[in-house]
Each structure stands twice: as structure tokens, then as C-alpha cells.
Design a protein around this ligand. Sequence first.
Ligand code: GDP
Ligand code: MN
Ligand code: MN
Ligand code: MN
Length: 250
Amino acid sequence: MELFTVDDLPLIKEGDNIAAMICERTQLESHDVVVIASTIVAKSEAATVLKGAIIPSERAVAMAKKCGTDPALVQVVLDNSVEQIVEFPVLLVENLNGHVSINAGIDDSNVEDEYFLEMPHDPDGSAKAIGMHVADLCGKDVSVIITDTNGRSFKIGQTGVAVGVYGVHPIKNWRGEKDLFGKVLEITEEAVADEVASAANLLMGEAAGGTPVVIVRGLDLYSSDDVSVKEMYRREGEDIIRKGLKCLRH
Ligand code: GDP
Ligand code: MN
Ligand code: MN
Ligand code: MN
């Protein structure tokens, strides 16, 4: 397996064609995995909010005061979430697409000062559009994984995670396979999309590297099935951590 960055990408603007920009700079091969930072997908889709135009609600002001954060940021997080799972000392929410993260992934790094950047509004759809466009432009079927950098429960340190997929099943099911001693695996489902996101994130970096796209070659994960990152999200009621956190909320 080989990983490399797509170099010389400019600052991404609304309307930029990410698939074309990648194809112009890389000789893609069939079944490559194209890993793309959500930041540039959001920029190309103009998922930006002008800070000066935000009017925080009373609730946002109160929540921000409690956490010692910016009421405008809290308002954007509320606008971008369907449930607030933890409200203090950080805001952990489920975003409009079902992804659970701090501040709904709202970012103000790697974007102009006057804007907050939202997550892409339909990251599976964005991944699919880019994957299909790549197929049109260079005649190769590729997998696409859109990523963000997220913190984790229990451990210090952020890692890359998948927030949108196309052409790759996010979960590999090992159940039914036998271990070295012939015992049948009953539980293991491997989050391959997150593992690839995390590996690619090593090359993307977090700061001014300017490398939001990484190609993973030699790890054939391609599938022509309809896939969704939502295959990875635990269903309400099956998520004991979420239940526990909600118990602590009041
Ligand atoms: P996130 O993980 O999706 O929040 O993205 P990051 O803010 O961590 O950025 C990941 C990588 O993409 C870093 O190397 C950034 O320098 C780079 N990056 C972010 N925006 C742009 C852009 O508009 N153009 C280019 N060329 N690189 C960018
Ligand atoms: Mn960022
Ligand atoms: Mn981010
Ligand atoms: Mn990042």
C-alpha cells in the first residue's frame, strides 16, 4: 500500500471542481482511494457562515457563557446540530448528517478570519459527486473518503475520521471468519474508512501544509454498491455511551 499527497492545490473557492483539480495533478489508477479533507469540500460548496451576520439566541449566549466560548460559534453549532449530547464543558453534538463531534465540526482554521466553515451538508453526496466526476474525467473507478480531524473519547489526541464515503464500504465485517484457533469471530467489524482516513491524515497535516488530498494505492477497497458513512453510526438505543452522557446532562 502506498500513500501520497496531491501537490500544488490552490486555496479552494466556492464552485471549484475538486475532481478536475485532482485529475489534472495526478495519474489516478483504478480502485485508488481518494481521501479528501472536508475543509476543502466545504469551501467548494460555500458551506461558510459570515461571523458578522450571526445573531446568537439567548440560549446560545447562555451556553457560550457557561463554556467560556464565543456565542456566535455556539449559535452556528446549534444551527448545525439535531441533538446536543453534552453542553458543558464542551459542546458535543450530533450534526445534521448524523456525525457526532465537538462543535459539529465547525472550524475556523484554514479559512479566512471572517468566516466559520461548516461541514459539507451531504458528505456522502459530495463524495459520490467527486467519485463520479473522476470516473468521467479519467475513466477510473475510485473510492472517495471525505475526512475530518476529530478528538476521541478516553484518549488524548485527534485523528482523521471518515465523514463521507463513495465506492467503499466503511465497515468490514469479520464476523463468521475463523481465528488462528478455529474460533468463529462474533463481534469484530473493522472501521476501514476511519482507518484509511487516519492514515491519510498523517500526510495531510493540520496546519499550513496545503495538502488536503491523499491518494491511497494498492489497498483495493472499491465497491460499486450504494454506500453511506451512516453505516458506521450506532443506532439510538444501541449506543450505551450516548445514553450514559445524556443521563449526566441534567
Ligand atoms: P480538516 O481536517 O478537514 O479540518 O482540514 P484541515 O484544516 O486539518 O486541513 C487539512 C490539510 O488541508 C492541511 O494540510 C491544510 O493546509 C490543507 N488545506 C486546507 N484548506 C486548503 C485549501 O483551500 N487549499 C489547499 N491547497 N490546502 C488546504
Ligand atoms: Mn481545520
Ligand atoms: Mn475540521
Ligand atoms: Mn485536519
